[in-house]
Structures are given as structure tokens and as C-alpha cells.
Design a protein around this ligand. Structure first.
Ligand SMILES: C[S@@+](CC[C@H](N)C(=O)[O-])C[C@H]1O[C@@H](n2cnc3c(N)ncnc32)[C@H](O)[C@@H]1O
Length: 231
């Protein structure tokens, strides 16, 4: 199922529920019973998903390689009075999830790779859930570059199944912002400029605007998969 919205809005990507977290991912996690379980949030950043899930979970572990982001995540947890979340500096592509805390659910928001799917398969027991929102290949398609972390739905399905998961849901969430002028489009993306210049995206974006393009696509692939026996 695809969920597509089109917005005539000057600021792409600021109109999502719960601090920008994927509504589909939150809805899918809302029906998982977490009260007696441990959730691992990989690539937690400043802890948005971990903190959203903490009130319903026994325990949440947030992993990230960025120690600075975790300082902010811990600050946010303290401010919110959340005591059942632990933030740990670790590489989610290398870590042994079982030794970190025997997760019942592995969740991820905009941090996904084949290696993380593999670590999740190794770390979850049969019946355990991997639920994530990843960049989809159409993310910022107007810039002419596809992120190396982006997934297309069928590739995600193939990687999940090969790792020993049964796919229970795959959905594309897409928002297309529309701008009245090239200047409005540039202003809306100014906050990405430094990063886009470094990655070569900005030049592609300028070419798109010069050719009369006035849209910017945000596209995420949301997946829910359950661990089966050995692959
Ligand atoms: C786009 S941000 C998403 C952060 C957060 N999940 C959110 O949605 O706000 C990606 C995060 O993944 C982290 N990350 C990237 N590779 C990682 C890895 N191998 N292990 C752990 N964290 C990683 C980055 O440091 C960054 O905080």
C-alpha cells in the first residue's frame, strides 16, 4: 500500500506526527505488546523513537555511534522523567544485540542497512519483531541522487526474507511538497544546503529548479517483519 500526500507548503518535511516519526511505524508498534519486553532502537539519534516507545515498554535501549546525539537523548529522557531507557554508544552493524539486552522488538527510524537486518535476525528470538522506517529510493529524487541507505520495497523484502523474517507489512509513505517559485524551493531546503553541497545533491537540485521543477519528494519505506526459524 502506498500513502501519498501532496503539499503546497514552503517547508518540506515538517508536518509529521510525533517529532517527525513515521506515523505508519508508530501505528504498527502501537499494536505490539511491549509491556514485558525490551525494545532496541538502532540509530536512535537524540532518542525520539526510544522516548516515544518507553511509556509502553518495560525497557528500551537506544544505540547510536554518535556519542553527542546520545548526550542530548539522555538529557531529553531526564527532562521527560523517563527512567526505563538506556542509551549506549555502539555500532548497530557490528553489535551483538542479544548481549546488549535480548530484545523482543528491534525498531529503527531512518537508520537501516542490510547489516542491521542481519544483526536483528541474529539478535531476535523466533517471533521477535523488526519494525523500521528507512529512506525509500524516491527520497529527494529531484536532486538526482539516491542515498546508499535507501531501500526499494522488493529489495527490502528479499533481504528480510533471506535473513529469516516473514514480512508482515511494507508501506511507502510519500509526501510531495510543491513550491510556488525556485526561490521558495531553495529557501525551504537551505537547512540541507551544506550537506547537499558535500554530497553533490545541491548541484542536482539546482539543475532540477533551473529546468522548471518545483517539487520535493520525501519517501520512506516502512516495514514490519517477524523472525521465523533459521533462514
Ligand atoms: C537520520 S538519523 C535518524 C535518527 C533518529 N532515529 C531519528 O529518526 O531522529 C540516523 C542516525 O543513525 C546513526 N547511525 C548511522 N549508522 C549507525 C550505525 N552503524 N550504528 C548506530 N547508529 C548509526 C547516526 O549517528 C544517526 O544518529
Amino acid at each position: 500500500m502506498n500513502r501519498e500526500t501532496s503539499r503546497a507548503h514552503p517547508a518540506a518535511g515538517d508536518a509529521r506526527s510525533h517529532e517527525g516519526l513515521s506515523p505508519t511505524l508508530l501505528a504498527w508498534l502501537a499494536v505490539e505488546s511491549l509491556a514485558s519486553g525490551t525494545v532496541l532502537d538502532v540509530g536512535t539519534g537524540t532518542g525520539g523513537l526510544a522516548l516515544a516507545l518507553a511509556p509502553r515498554a518495560r525497557r528500551v535501549l537506544g544505540l547510536d555511534t554518535d556519542a553527542g546525539a546520545l548526550v542530548e537523548a539522555r538529557r531529553r529522557a531526564r527532562r521527560a522523567g523517563v527512567g526505563n531507557v538506556l542509551f549506549v554508544v555502539a555500532d548497530a552493524e557490528q553489535a551483538e544485540y542479544r548481549t546488549l539486552g535480548r530484545p523482543d522488538v528491534v525498531a529503527a527510524h531512518l537508520c537501516m542497512s542490510d547489516a542491521i537486518i542481519g544483526r536483528s535476525a541474529a539478535g531476535l528470538s523466533r517471533g521477535g519483531v523488526l519494525a523500521f522506517a528507512a529512506f525509500h529510493v524516491d527520497q529527494w529524487r529531484e536532486t538526482g541522487r539516491v542515498s546508499r541507505f535507501a531501500y526499494e520495497a522488493e529489495r527490502a523484502r528479499a533481504v528480510l526474507e533471506a535473513a529469516g523474517f516473514r514480512v508482515e507489512g511494507l508501506e511507502i509513505e510519500r509526501e510531495v511538497a510543491e513550491f510556488g517559485s525556485a526561490d521558495a524551493a531553495r529557501a525551504a531546503t537551505e537547512r540541507f544546503r551544506e550537506k547537499w553541497e558535500a554530497s553533490g545533491r545541491w548541484a542536482g537540485w539546482e539543475r532540477f529548479l533551473a529546468g522548471g521543477g518545483r517539487t520535493l519528494t520525501e519517501s520512506r519505506l516502512v516495514a514490519r517483519a517477524r523472525r521465523q526459524g533459521d533462514p
